[in-house]
Write a new protein. Structure first.
Length: 165
């Protein structure tokens, strides 16, 4: 298991980011640091690595994350496979958000039909990623739904809801 862990870990604000693209990992990590969001980050480079972390018995060294944000297209275990394993296990209460460059309706349907808690299109620039972090923080803090106005730019085309709460 070759995880990147920003320590010390505190499960109350721990986020797992799963992506095999080093550029996306760097962008995501930098945006987190620049956004002022108070999450700690565990990075897994594919779904298999994420599952290995999540199933570690020593939760004081490997606390469960508050959220899992995962790319879809990865080697070894895809984001869809990771989602399925999490939702079919004792880990099912951990929210899983799929973050992908794909805005294809079939991917969106597959994500939600398999229990995803959110599906967002990856921003390609740092400012967009910072906005995404802020919106995710607000959602995690109960300040709004995942499909609110600040996240509308990250929703797949055609899925922007006019039913805002």
């Amino acid at each position: 298991m070759d995880l990147t862990i920003h320590t010390p870990l505190d499960s109350t604000n721990l986020m797992m980011f799963v992506d095999d693209d080093e550029d996306d990992i760097l962008l995501f990590s930098r945006a987190l640091g620049d956004s002022g969001v108070e999450f700690q980050l565990v990075i897994a480079h594919d779904g298999k690595e994420a599952i290995e972390y999540l199933l570690q018995p020593n939760k004081s060294l490997f606390p469960l994350p508050r959220w899992i944000i995962t790319d879809i297209k990865m080697p070894l275990l895809t984001g869809f496979q990771l989602l399925q394993r999490v939702k079919e296990s004792e880990l099912k209460k951990i929210p899983v958000v799929l973050l992908s460059s794909s805005s294809h309706p079939d991917d969106l349907f597959r994500a939600y039909s398999n229990g995803a808690d959110g599906y967002l299109v990856k921003p390609s620039h740092l400012d967009g990623m910072k906005q995404l972090w802020q919106a995710l923080r607000n959602y995690c803090d109960g300040l709004g739904p995942l499909a609110n106005d600040e996240l509308a730019n990250f929703l797949p085309t055609g899925s922007k809801s006019s039913d805002q709460s």
